[in-house]
Write a protein that binds this ligand. Sequence first.
Ligand code: NAP
Length: 370
Amino acid sequence: MADKKPVILYGASGFSGRLVAEYLREYNVPFLAAGRNRAKIEQVLSHVPGVETADYEIAEAGDSPGELEKLFAGAKVVCNTVGPFLYNGPRVIEACLSAGCHYLDISGEQAWLREVEEKWSGKFARAGLLAAPATAYMSATSDIAAQMCLETSGIDTLETLSMFKGTPTFGSTQTIFAVIQTEAFYLEQNRYKPWVRAQGHEAIVPSSVETQLALAWGGFPHPVWYKDHPQVANVRSMGGILDRQLMENVLATEKHFEKEIRPLPKEERERKLSEMANSVQGGTPPRENTREHRTIDVVIGRGTTSFAKCVMFGTCAYRQTGLLQAFAANHLIHAAPRKVGFASPTSAFGHRDLLGALESHGLVKARLYS
Ligand SMILES: NC(=O)c1ccc[n+]([C@@H]2O[C@H](COP(=O)([O-])OP(=O)(O)OC[C@H]3O[C@@H](n4cnc5c(N)ncnc54)[C@H](OP(=O)(O)O)[C@@H]3O)[C@@H](O)[C@H]2O)c1
């Protein structure tokens, strides 16, 4: 299949898919915009600025493993933006492996990252392929900050905080609710420890005089990325949206879930969570505005006598996600990743390179204090 586009953008009709398309166009990467509804993909992509100069085709496909494998065959990279990844990730990554493509996605659910590491890391590594879930604002941007802290020697403990202003999309809201049922872990002496369920955390955010309400939100990817790290032994990650009322509501939902919904059978539990998510957000929010939708990612690194702190002042979480995917896809069609199998975006592409991409697009500015 010599004429196949090298990148498959799966979920091209979504809010994030559209932004990945926008940045693939900037990198001049030819791509196949794929999903389950051709008309919707056409309609969404028609709003991508400058789309007439993008090198792309549209493909509609069902979501059976066979159809997905056929869709991906002959490409080099799959960018998967179809979440919640806890539900939709397995069939896509499996088809990606069968088709012999590198796998990227924009997940943030720790349970999904643990699953990718356990079930697919070895298979991807043996095929010389990368599996890099969470190549997205949450948590790649904070992991760049973590890596900046680790440039100071002696750091063995990381605390990460990722917060953004904005309206979660339909898919993000489904994911926020889906993740409530999963076990969230932090890392203590390289072992997973469960977070206390349904507990809020007052977080100190450098750019604000008030504290913010953060949640463990499924645990975040970092504990999985650092579990076998030779230097880092302890990782705690939390985050949320810079909107206290909204976070109070999510916390109240977590408490309600523990009492009323956790005891139900799995299918009923998932159905109830999805219904609750539908009642909160059924539509697509407007395009982000750089002056409104700011992000802040804080990482504090500690060793016995050493300290480092990195703050990423940024904007537009979803645009950061689109750029990170396009940067990674562009890298993979030109060069091998630094690591194969399951890997964080920073270990696959280098934190300084990812930071350079985000900074040069005006989406973040890193400040390091040590
Ligand atoms: N970690 C991060 O920083 C980050 C950032 C952004 C997004 N995300 C995650 O990415 C996911 C997507 O977010 P979004 O903002 O793009 O949501 P969205 O606007 O709701 O888009 C969801 C996309 O998934 C497709 N889809 C949903 N279920 C499907 C299925 N069963 N089969 C095939 N396609 C399906 C939708 O197709 P239709 O249009 O046909 O419905 C649409 O293209 C969510 O899980 C979100 O949490 C993470």
